[in-house]
Design a protein around this ligand. Structure first.
Ligand code: NAD
Length: 283
């Protein structure tokens, strides 16, 4: 068996096309486009690249780009005041605070300052609580993108055994919650899991977000499983994931490549979350 390689770029493009159409409908109805506010603090080169891509994609989709770049030594109060102003600004539908923040700033306090109605990254305690409670809200972009990729394969999530490797607030935990919402039977594996392969090899759906290069090989994978690799690592030979792609290719049923799998979905979901936030607040 050779796995079907899931084309994240294609799925993301389809999502972005739908978002662009929804932005146009919003403009037709309200006479203005939704705005996405991005806040970058300091000069971390990777963060600068991520923010540039997000802003460019937002503009391409027809969203208004509202960007704030603050120095690394900015005070907590100044950032908090900026977030308050953006919360109150009707032209801003979504607010994204690029992480990680420079040392000295309280990340949790600042994230939680973002109005849940504008929390397009889905990282506030309230958004995550809503997710845990099964109440509608804005979901974290990467895990929501994982679900969209699974849906694109036609794999039935309901009733499947889904194993998520990783329990971070950003990826693993919300991915598990989203799978649970879709009625999968969910197991979360993490750094203290005793026999990882014994757990993962029972998964019909395996989502890997451990941040350990090449952690998962064929011994970890049930024949025919859908394997979604969230990990991304820069090496001398290029980008690789948490899954040994070539090693797993002839045992999995579906697999995402790195690059070109989960990565493109993250920005696509950020854009769709911004439109959802705009539509909800205009109701
Ligand atoms: P994190 O370091 O916050 O969390 C890693 C999780 O993996 C932890 O819960 C830990 O318990 C678990 N873990 C660590 N070692 C393990 C092991 N040996 N066995 C089982 N579990 C183990 O990382 P994160 O922010 O969740 O990101 C995970 C990966 O996803 C990283 O490679 C990151 O770069 C990538 N990522 C990609 C995107 C994207 O858009 N493609 C977005 C976010 C994160």
């Amino acid at each position: 068996m050779t796995a079907v390689v899931i084309n994240g770029r294609e799925v993301a493009l389809a999502s972005r096309t739908r978002t662009t159409q929804r932005v146009q409908s919003f403009v037709d109805q309200h006479g203005r486009a939704p705005g996405l506010a991005t806040i970058l603090i300091g000069n971390d080169p990777a963060s600068e690249v991520y923010i540039r891509n997000k802003r460019r994609s937002a503009t391409d989709a027809g969203l208004i780009d509202v960007h704030h770049h603050l120095p690394a030594d900015v005070t907590q109060n100044t950032v908090a005041q900026l977030i308050d102003d953006l919360n109150a600004d009707p032209a801003v539908s979504g607010i994204l605070l690029q992480l990680p923040l420079p040392d000295g700033l309280d990340q949790t306090e600042l994230i939680n300052r973002i109005s849940p109605a504008k929390d397009v990254d889905g990282l506030t305690t309230l958004s995550q609580g809503r997710l845990a409670r099964g109440v509608d809200g804005l979901w974290p972009c990467t895990p929501a993108g994982v679900i969209e990729l699974l849906d694109a394969t036609g794999v039935t999530i309901e009733g499947a055994h889904a194993v998520v490797v990783g329990r971070s607030e950003l990826v693993g935990h919300p991915a598990a919650e989203l799978l649970l919402r879709r009625n999968a039977t969910v197991t979360i594996a993490h750094s203290r899991t005793r026999d990882l392969a014994a757990v993962t090899s029972t998964a019909d759906i395996l989502v890997v977000a451990a941040g350990i290069p090449a952690l998962i090989g064929r011994d970890h994978v049930k024949p025919g499983a859908a394997v979604i690799d969230v990990g991304i690592h820069r090496t001398e030979s290029g980008l690789i994931g948490d899954v040994r792609f070539d090693n797993v290719l002839d045992i999995a049923g579906w697999i995402t490549p790195v690059p070109g799998g989960v990565g493109p979905m993250t920005i696509a979901t950020l854009l769709s979350n911004t439109v959802v936030a705009a539509e909800s607040s205009a109701r």
